[in-house]
Design a binder for this molecule. Structure first.
Ligand SMILES: Cc1cc2nc3c(=O)[nH]c(=O)nc-3n(C[C@H](O)[C@H](O)[C@H](O)COP(=O)(O)OP(=O)(O)OC[C@H]3O[C@@H](n4cnc5c(N)ncnc54)[C@H](O)[C@@H]3O)c2cc1C
Length: 395
């Protein structure tokens, strides 16, 4: 049998696309190598513009009913003192909050939804290659035996270390590393579960993002642009991680009785992506297509934008070659806009030295009043033209 779609990877990207395409009557196979999902320190806080995409894709209600909580408030701290509390529902165009969930649970729920919609889901199976033939052929391996399967279109949704990217004719572009982030899950923190908190010292250059995931769980990220801060990873660095969070402004008492409840890992704060994520056989979506800098927390939302745009093209067009080309062209536009905004914000909040101080002097007062790109509310739909850049950063 020839499938309509073979999707490599059953993460947020693969399962959301599989659910939507199977519901529309397509023959869909999802191949996911993990039998059980585990904490890989991945996105668990989805911004309102991504939540709006989740609604459009029909996964929002199921997430809320099972593993996700909506978060209404977003509070910014400077040197430990709250400076702005934003009501997300009242201040974003889609009138939704952010969503918080534990990543492994979200993956399990969505893969279940894909199967319930009629997609065939194979777990514990690894895709080992995609062949240059039409219709596209993929090799899969399970329990030591190999099979070849065919599809009209292969979708690489296999994450930031994508192999599909290597099997296709894609060229990866990578920003130089600028930031470094370390993430750790905590339970029993002494704070509320209805607020995302962002902490910065008045001197800038580092920050902490605290995202409540529901069920008493909180994911904390320490993000730094300071060269003297090294990588934090493993059990021995849990106390230094907590110390850096407190130094950045998180109240020490919030950690009273808190337990580290997952691996501590560090990641490079840099984007990497392919231009035009379709090569005539394979379409890439989610992190396989573009990993925005994880320090800015947009990966989940960007992933759902990919799924929605590719879905709409495939459903609107019998010519899937043209549909995938159109998806790839649109992807380049919104990814480029997001990348621009994140580079402005990195300059504003993490660069150090007199030039960075001058930018802050110009931009911070406006930014505090909600002027400038709204990464959380509308992401890549914020204006990013040259005139906006000069107005915002003053340079
Ligand atoms: C440290 C860190 C923090 C982040 N924080 C945030 C955040 O706060 N907010 C946010 O929006 N985003 C965040 N992100 C980004 C977010 O995690 C990703 O954008 C999102 O998970 C991408 O989903 P995906 O489905 O493309 O990839 P993945 O979630 O990686 O899913 C890929 C799936 O493919 C499977 N797979 C891989 N290879 C194969 C193969 N050969 N055969 C079969 N299966 C395969 C894997 O097992 C996996 O299940 C963060 C990322 C990092 C690294």
């Amino acid at each position: 049998m020839v499938y309509d779609l073979i999707i490599v990877g059953g993460g947020l990207a693969g399962s959301a696309l599989a659910k939507n395409m199977a519901e529309a009557g397509a023959r869909v196979l999802v191949v996911e190598r993990e039998r059980q999902f585990r904490d890989r320190v991945r996105g668990e806080g989805m911004y309102p513009w991504g939540v709006a995409e989740a609604r459009t894709l029909g996964i929002y209600d199921a997430l809320k009913a099972t593993c996700a909580q909506e978060i209404r408030w977003w509070t910014t701290y400077s040197d430990g003192a709250p400076t702005r509390q934003r009501d997300l529902v009242d201040t974003v165009p889609h009138q939704v909050g952010a969503l918080g969930f534990y990543h492994p649970e979200m993956q399990e729920v969505l893969l279940g939804l894909a199967a319930a919609a009629g997609a065939e889901v194979r777990r514990g199976v690894t895709v080992t290659g995609v062949f240059p033939a039409g219709p596209a052929a993929v090799a899969v391996q399970a329990n030591g035996s190999k099979t070849q399967l065919q599809a009209r279109l292969v979708v690489g949704a296999d994450g930031r270390h994508s192999q599909a990217r290597r099997w296709g004719n894609f060229k990866l572009t990578r920003d130089p590393r600028h930031l470094l982030l370390a993430g750790l899950l905590f339970t029993n923190m002494q704070t509320t579960e209805d607020t995302v908190c962002v902490f910065r010292p008045a001197t800038f250059g580092q920050g902490v993002l605290l995202f409540p995931l529901g069920g008493g769980r909180f994911r904390l990220y320490f993000v730094t642009g300071r060269r003297e801060h090294g990588r934090l990873s493993g059990k021995d660095h849990i106390n230094p991680f907590i110390t850096r969070c407190i130094d950045t402004g998180v109240p020490a008492e919030w950690f009273g009785g808190a337990t580290a409840a997952g691996p501590l890992a560090s990641f490079e704060g840099a984007a990497f992506w392919v231009d035009h994520p379709y090569d005539g056989r394979i379409a890439l979506i989610g992190d396989a297509a573009a990993c925005s800098d994880p320090s800015w927390g947009c990966g989940l939302s960007l992933t759902l934008r990919d799924v929605r745009v590719l879905r709409d093209q495939l459903l609107a067009n019998d010519d899937w070659e043209a549909a995938a080309q159109a998806y790839a062209a649109t992807h380049d536009q919104y990814f480029s806009a997001l990348h621009t905004i994140e580079s402005w914000l990195t300059k504003l909040l993490y660069d150090l030295g007199p030039a960075a101080d001058r930018i802050r002097e110009h931009a911070l007062p406006q930014f505090a009043n909600g002027v400038g790109p709204d990464l959380v509310g509308v992401g890549p739909d914020s204006p990013t033209d040259e005139a906006t850049r000069v107005r915002f950063l003053g340079v």
